[in-house]
Design a protein around this ligand. Structure first.
Ligand SMILES: *[C@@H]1O[C@H](CO)[C@@H](O)[C@H](O)[C@H]1NC(C)=O
Ligand SMILES: *[C@@H]1O[C@H](CO)[C@@H](O)[C@H](O)[C@H]1NC(C)=O
Ligand SMILES: *[C@@H]1O[C@H](CO)[C@@H](O)[C@H](O)[C@H]1NC(C)=O
Ligand SMILES: *[C@@H]1O[C@H](CO)[C@@H](O)[C@H](O)[C@H]1NC(C)=O
Length: 279
């Protein structure tokens, strides 16, 4: 009897325990989950909204620095170097269709670009800015913008300054001249020009004509160089032609009009341009 009673007593307590487990278990889980959710800190507000380093400083606004940098950016992409429009931050296909055109080696165009770069640089230098009040990023932007404007709107100062006359020289050992990037640029935007109707098709035809003009005019520039005695040494000329043929326009050199363009290499220059414009 005694053991049985004890047994039943033990059985009762076991049942009580299992009841407690069945009923209390889920409750316990719920409570701990609730505690977990209420006590852990919620998702942090987005870094972008709290990170003050990207907010324009009062001094940059007051001194018109931001406006001037914006103007330089717009001038660069829309007017002077529309062949690079695709690296502009947030450029839409519409914007690309509206502004893109291949590099224009016409002497008058080279001259106006050089003059515009000089004007913008003078404008930037003229700003009355207390630099100690600027953010580090803004201070850097001033120096970089000045430098690329001095190089006539390019990180690589090749063929960019009209007054140096090197736009008559043809490509160099590394093929760093804009003529070497013409198809690279077209390759980057061609999907934005997918035609949907006849007028789109005409636009595309016009684009190809502009490319024809680019190469035609470039050859005329070389001829002008020859006429005026502004030429590279024969070794440098050979190296430049070699690069055009085998490095930049390989398939086109081999197969003429049926040659397919393939991207030769990447251009560090583009990422630098992004840096400059605070993107
Ligand atoms: C620039 O700002 C700093 C900090 O407010 C100030 O000490 C300094 O006098 C200012 N410099 C000029 C030239 O206004
Ligand atoms: C042709 O299609 C483009 C979009 O690709 C559109 O913007 C344009 O208005 C169209 N033109 C005509 C004449 O339908
Ligand atoms: C390219 O332009 C030249 C003259 O500017 C012209 O003679 C030639 O026919 C053009 N080529 C094509 C394929 O349109
Ligand atoms: C490409 O054009 C050049 C110059 O007209 C010619 O000499 C060459 O044979 C052509 N190559 C091919 C593959 O058609």
């Amino acid at each position: 009897m005694g053991p049985q009673v004890r047994m039943s007593g033990r059985g009762n307590s076991r049942q009580w325990l299992s009841n407690l487990m069945i009923i209390g278990g889920p409750i316990l889980v719920c409570i701990s989950l609730l505690l977990l959710f209420t006590l852990t800190p919620g998702p942090q507000p987005k870094a972008a909204t709290t990170d003050s380093s990207c907010i324009i400083s009062a001094e940059a606004k007051r001194s018109n620095l931001m406006e001037t940098l914006k103007k330089i950016e717009t001038s660069y992409f829309h007017i002077l170097y529309p062949e690079n429009i695709f690296v502009k931050s947030g450029a839409t296909p519409e914007e690309i269709r509206q502004f893109f055109r291949p590099w224009d080696p016409t002497p008058a165009s080279l001259k106006s670009k050089t003059d515009e770069a000089n004007t913008l640089r003078a404008e930037l230098i003229k700003l009355k800015i207390n630099r100690t009040l600027l953010k580090l990023r803004e201070r850097k932007a001033i120096y970089v913008a000045k430098q690329i404007l001095l190089n006539n709107f390019g990180w690589a100062p090749f063929t960019k300054n009209y007054y140096t006359g090197d736009w008559m020289l043809g490509p160099d050992f590394f093929c760093w001249q804009p003529i070497c990037d013409v198809f690279y640029n077209l390759n980057a935007v061609i999907s934005a020009f997918k035609p949907r109707n006849v007028s789109d098709l005409r636009k595309l035809d016009h684009l190809f004509q502009q490319h024809n003009h680019t190469f035609d005019r470039y050859i005329d520039n070389l001829k002008l160089g020859v006429r005026t005695g502004f030429v590279r040494q024969i070794e440098a000329c050979r190296a430049g032609i070699h690069d055009m043929h085998y490095l930049k326009y390989w398939n086109i050199f081999l197969y003429n009009e049926s040659g397919k363009y393939s991207t030769p290499c990447h251009f560090e220059q583009r990422s630098v341009q992004r840096l400059v414009f605070l993107q």
